[in-house]
Design a protein around this ligand. Sequence first.
Ligand SMILES: Nc1ncnc2c1ncn2[C@@H]1O[C@H](COP(=O)(O)OP(=O)(O)OP(=O)(O)O)[C@@H](O)[C@H]1O
Ligand SMILES: [Mg+2]
Length: 351
Amino acid sequence: MASQTELTQGHQIIDALLEPAMLLDHNGRVAKANEQAHEWFGSWIDQQSYVSVLRQPDLLAPVEDAFGHHRTGSARFSHSSGAVETLFDVTVTPILGAARRSEVLLVFRDVSAKRVEESMRRDFVANVSHELKTPLTAVMGFIETLQGPARRDAAAQDRFLGLMSQETARMNRLVSDLLALSRLEGLTRRRPTDQVDLCAVLREALDTLHPVAEAAAVTIAFEAPDKAMVLGDRDQLVQIAVNLVENSIKYGARPGQVQISLTYKSREPVLRGPAWAMEVRDDGPGIPPEHLPRLTERFYRVDTGRSREQGGTGLGLSIVKHIVNRHRGRLRIDSREGRGTAMTVVLPAEV
Ligand SMILES: Nc1ncnc2c1ncn2[C@@H]1O[C@H](COP(=O)(O)OP(=O)(O)OP(=O)(O)O)[C@@H](O)[C@H]1O
Ligand SMILES: [Mg+2]
């Protein structure tokens, strides 16, 4: 152990660092490791040679370089424990230590979260491009047909213009959903403060969807109290109701029935207080259990073909989830194959 006067800059710095860090003495042994490094690597590393502690050639090379040529370097280091792999960016810095001998400081920065974020962003861009490309390609095809073979065919022109309007409406919906999502992401921390009546919210959503339900031969039953007050953002709550009821109409049975209810719970355990539960239930084919955990992911669809046919983009439930989170509520999905689906939004009640 070094005496007080021999303690180097490195020794003092290490304890102040929030990341795992260790200092190697001129013999390449771990002279000091901070608490975080002990947590990650174990307490056995003290006084061990860096070769046996680090063991990954990618990292050994810059350490040798730091000792041999006083060069600063960096490397990626992966640490696995069980099935979990953590990725670190390691900076390797030579410093002049006790008795003017060279020591090397290693600082480990956890970049796993950043990696997951990067890959999510890549997936997202790929998904958006793909979703836009399909209708865009169709529209380009229709334009070509209108300029060529269908030039003087009035009936064909009508048909193609109709299809083009469908495809552009689809792109328009996709873009507004994406804008809604990005706006919501910026808002999640700010809890809405308006007094909103969920009964009125549901009535508005049902008015909007009435023609859609009728066209699909779906009847809607709505059971509600006189008033169901929550603190919320009215437009966003209408959006939740529209999304859930629309899904029940689109993916439920035909002819079918959708049941909507609003129930008061004087103490909802998860929210630790009084709550309103808004349930939308259909008698459709249900959702196979393996899909349930992923339903609220952006662009996730159980049956891509069927959803596309219905004009769906797979963003509805991820928007619902964001809105529910912003309202400090919960979304519950209960679905059994062959028995139908129930989606419940639980929101803190305003009493
Ligand atoms: N009530 C339901 N019954 C059966 N499947 C459902 C039900 N609700 C949702 N799903 C499935 O979950 C998927 C995701 O739903 P979501 O609302 O996020 O997207 P979408 O309806 O496809 O598109 P969008 O809502 O953006 O128009 C749907 O594609 C569908 O496969
Ligand atoms: Mg939907």
